[in-house]
Each structure stands twice: as structure tokens, then as C-alpha cells.
Design a binder for this molecule. Sequence first.
Ligand code: ADP
Ligand code: MG
Length: 750
Amino acid sequence: MGMIRLKNVSKFYYSKGIIASGISKVNVDLDAGEFVVITGESGSGKSTLLNVISGLDTYEEGEMYIEGMETSHYSAADFEEYRKKYISFIFQNYNLVSSYTVYQNVALAMEIDGCDNAEIRRKVTEIIDKVGLSEYRNRKVSKLSGGQKQRVAIARALAKDTKILVADEPTGNLDSVSADGIVELLTDIAEDKLVIVVTHNYDQFKDHATRVIKMHDGKIVEDTGAAKAYEAQYHADSIGRSNARAKRNDESGITYGTQLKLGVRNTFNLPAKFLLLLLVFLFVVSSVSAQYVSVKKQKDTVSEQGWNNFFANYDPKRIVVEKEDRTAFTKADYEALENAPHVEKLVREDIVYDTSVYIENEQFSFYGYMSELRNLDRELDLGSMPKADNEVVLCGLDDGWTFGDQPDALIGQTYKVSTGEGAEHDIKVAGIAMLPESEIVNDEYPESIIYFSDNMIAEMRKDLYASNSTTTMLINSVEEQLMAGRGGLVVNENVPEGYILLPTSYDQGFKEGYAAGNEVVLKCKALYYEQELTLMIMGTYGEKTFEQKTGLTDLALHDGEIYISEMDYRRLYEKGSFQASVFVDDTKNMDGMKDMLERGGYHVLVLRDHIYNFIDSDILSIIQLPMAVIVCLAVFFIAYFVVRLILKSRGVYFATLRMLGMGKKPACRIMRVELVLVCMIAYALFILFVCLNRIGVVSAGNLVDYIDYLKIRDYVILAFILLFMAVLISGRFMRTIFKSSAMGTFREEA
Ligand code: ADP
Ligand code: MG
């Protein structure tokens, strides 16, 4: 039996309810070594017969045998496999990859088979020689004439090296000189293959064909020259050849190296397409990174914008420290902290730091946070630096309102300062520093600050301790709670150290009817210390004796006050500073700072970790992240459709690969290489832009801001997001390409 045998084969076309007969009851035997020409007028069934033989079309009746095997039960996949193994096609319109060179087109067939490189080089060179295109070897196919293109197609068919070569009107587009060349070539090949050519121009082939089949109305009406002579030779040949082929072709397939090579080649061989794709991916890169930055930035800003319950100054750089043994800070402690690495600033009197104070007189009032003069880091605009302990510097916004109409008139004036807890002190304004309005950032006004001397601050700290601790007095075995400050426990110059002066109401509790000469115990319980003082009652005052005993006037204002000496008051409340704040120079290393301070013998409170946010950050991130994902998805789909438009013509390319026997997977990988490569080039350009921006060669306004914001890790994450997108886009694109069959794509194009 021959290679192909058709027995009573019929093929019908069904369209719009009409059944047309393509071929009917065709019987034919075809064998290797034959050069079969099928002729007949248009519509006689030539193409149908060729398509059935090459497995492109199914048949409805009869049986076709391939090397003796029945095919009536074959599925589409079986026929695909058959085409891959047995059939090489030559088309009227060539179907070459026009952006590849002659060599690349021919080599493609062997690369898809997975042949090794040395063999490809040797054989492709030989084949190109054979079809007479040696001098065009490295020319792009798009620059060749029709006849040359058809030679490349034949060369490719030879490289594919199948037993059967079919050609439908291969000379249809050629002038007669070129056509003659093609006929010769085909004749040559037919020595050991089965070559089947369909033509309506029999004259071109009549000198060379070994067999002519003439068709009419779907039937073979003439069949001359059926060759018996070649049969014996074929069998001897084909055994050796098919064994050789089996070793090389089966399952080995295209190598990863070749897939990579083709992907890279496809990326660059059409410059216009490459630039368009690059543009699309630059768009993808920039919008995805913008989204990434905005999510990241939003998260960080939110965490910086928080409040806490206890501290007015919640600077993220601030770390509050107390000594492990809860004693007051010494000079040595301060020095050690100030000189510790990464410490930008030390605030010694932490308790006053979160306290706002008023200074006022009849003409002017000013409200601000307290700070230490040593921490003033601005030039004065008016006045001079303080010389006395009670002189201060005011710092506030230069808005024409904070300092009134005549700021310089404030210098040298005396004001009362109060922490709002009763005690008052006199201070003088020595200097003023004005903040320009440019310090207003995002509608946030800079805080006004009043800079005090260390002694003044210690003085006010004492007031704060007095009003913020619990003071009790044990008198006549009764303990009662006192309030420090006006209306409660007050310093009086007339009271000597060790004594206490009480209102007359206390006399009643004593047996003798008067309190003088008895002892009281004052006890102060503060956050960091407890202090007891035993004092002698020097006497009591009443309405008449008030002015004489206290040196004060107007009892109504001082009703119920208890007086002690300044020294005793200080013993109770001036115990030094127990809490300081360290400001670090870099918020990134908070944990490291914390460790270091703890090892240095401090309890540490990193304020930033104890901040809660007025807009719950969770809510924001719940919205923000999906928004970013949605935007990225939108970018993905835009990119996908644009890529699809740009790559529309690629359908033919991939159909060509499939026609040459490439499977879906390697084709997808080739596509993926291309898109990933373009994507990474776009990303590299983006990085380059970032670098140029950093060194200041180009500038992109507020883009700089967010570019600087990203860390190496972010760039890596970004690269992966983009890579993932490129892979996704290529996957979707290939799915649409593979929806129709390779032959379907060709027919559509034709
Ligand atoms: P040829 O190649 O000799 O011109 P074809 O094999 O293309 O002839 O066509 C044979 C017959 O089958 C014609 O009558 C044609 O009308 C019909 N035919 C071919 N293809 C189709 C098709 N896709 N649908 C319907 N009828 C078809
Ligand atoms: Mg036809």
C-alpha cells in the first residue's frame, strides 16, 4: 500500500442549509517520489482534495489511509499531530515571517523541531544553497521578490523535512520566469518525497510532473502516470529516514534557549512595534508606581498625623525617658544623653515641654508652649538674647496678628506668666523670633513657643509638681488633703523655715482651744517621689490678724490659705526633673535607639508607638488598597487592549509557528519573553529617570518627592508587580490568538 490512499472519499460543505459537494467518491493512491499535479477548472474540487489529504479538512464518507492506518475516527488533535509529522505546506501567499531573514525563516522550522544548533547551521546553509538564495541569506524576507519568497517557503518546507509536501497554487502570484524556477525546485524535491501541487495552470508543470490528476465536478476524471517504479525505492529509503526522524523530532521539541532567542528577536525586529509597546509599558510602569507610592505614603502620613492622650508634642522623633531607679536627672545624665549617638536634641524639662503657658499684661498677651532657651535654633528678629533668668524669647508666626501692631514695643516689657495652675511669675521679653508664613504647611500653623531660662523652667516645674501631686496634712490625728497654690498651700515670706501658719478655724480641733505649738505632718505624693515634712504650727490668723501676720491684704482673696516658708515649699515640690525627652536625628532607627537607651539605664517611651489616629488608619487602608488594586486592574486592561491592537498582526506569526509544528506552551513563552523584556526595559528607563532626577540632571517637580520616598525594597516589589502584569497580559493575549486554529488564521488573512 502507498503512503496515502483514499477510498470512496466524499466531502460535503454545508452552508445556509445548502449542501455542496466538494469532492465525491474519490479513489486515489499516492506514494513517495511522486510529483503529483492536480488540475481542473475553478470549483472542480482541487483545493478540497488537497485539504483532505493534508488533514486540514475532514471528510464525511469513505476512508483515508495514512501509511495503511485508517483515519475516519481521527479527532482534530490527531489531524494536528498528523500535519505536524507528515505535511509541509507551501502557500500561494508564502506565509513567511517577513521581519525575519531568509536564514531565520528556514532555521525556524528546525528550531521548532528541537534540532541541535550545529546541525541547523549546516543543514539550513545547504538548503538555502539548494534553492539558490545563498546571497540573500541574511536579507529580510520583506525585501525579497515573490519568486524569492516562494523559494524561502520551499526551503523552509525542506528544513521541516516531512514526507509529504503540499502546495496550493504555489506559482499563482509569480511571473512565468520565477514560476519555472519554482517548478524545477519542486521537481527536484519530489525525488524522495510525495509532492502534491494544485494548479489551474498545468502547462507550467507538464514537463516535470510524474503524475497528473484532472478533476471535474468533485470527481477525478483523469489520472495518468501513477508511478509504480518508485515504490521499491521508497520503502528502502523511508525506513532509514523515518527512524532518523523519530530520534530527533519526537517530543524533544523547541528548546528553552531557542524560545528565549526568538522572544528577544521578536522584541526588537520591528522597531515601530517595539517603541509603541515601550510607550504602553512606560504608562503601565508610571501609573502602577504612582499607585504604589500613594498607598505607601498615605499609610505613613496617617501614622504621623496621630494624637496621644498625654503629650502635646507628639513629634515622631521624640522619645521620652525616665531613669530606671526613678530618681531625678543629674547634670552627668544630661551630658551623657546629649552626647549619645543619633541624639539631635535633648529636652531636659520634659514635664514643662507639654505645657502651654500664657504671658500677659494690660497691653498684650501671648500663648505658647514652653521650651528651653538652649533649644532655640533661630535668629532673633527683634531684641536680644536674655541675660537674666526671668527674660524670655517669644517665637511665633509673623502674620501681623500674633505680635500685634508694634512687635518691637513688646521688648523689655514685664509680663505675668502662668501655667494656669495658680502660681504666677514676672518675666520680661528680651527677644522675638518671627516665623515666616511659608512655615504654614498644608494649612498647619507652626506652634508659638516661649523660650525660658533653665532656672525659670525649674521654677515653673515646681508649680506643676505642686498642682499635679497629692498633698496631705496630718493635724491633730486627722489627715486632710491640701491643694497647692492660691487658696491652698502657699509660700509666705513671714513664715520661718520649719513653721506653718494656719487659718483660725484649725484652733477648734485642739483641746486647749488653740493650735499653736503643735506639730503637723505635710506629705507630698508625686509620680516620682514622696516627701514628708514635720512643721511646727506658729499660730493661726483671723480676720483681724491676717494683714499683720501674713503681710498680705484682702483676706477675701486668700480665704483658707495655709502658709509655709519658701524653703519648705521647695523641699516638698522642687525635686528636680524626672523625665526628659530625646529627639533622634533619624526616625528609621527607633528600635535601635530604644535598645541603646534601655541599656543605658533608662525607661523608654517611644511616643510614635503610642499615637492613635483621629481617622482610624485601618479605615483608610481598607479603602486605599482596593482603590489602588482597581486602578492597577484598569491600567492592566487598558494595556491589554492596546497591546492587542499593536500585536494584531502577530496572529499570522504565531499561526506560522503552529503550522511548523510548535505547541501552545512554547508559543506562549516566546510571547511572554517579549512582553516581559519590554516591560523591564520600560522599568529600567523609569529607574534611570529616577537616578537622573536624584543627581539633578533632570527635574520633575514634585515627582522628586515621591521618587526619593521609595526604598530599594519598594523598587523590587514594584518590579515584581510589573513582571506579574506583563506575564498576565501575554497570557491573555495568547489565549485569544489560540482561540482560532492556525489554518483559520491563515484563511482569514487570505
Ligand atoms: P477549486 O480549488 O478546484 O477551485 P474547491 O475545492 O475550492 O475547488 O471547491 C470545490 C467545490 O466546493 C466548489 O463547488 C465550491 O463551491 C465548494 N466549496 C469549496 N469550499 C467551500 C466552502 N467553504 N463552503 C461551501 N462550499 C465550498
Ligand atoms: Mg482552489
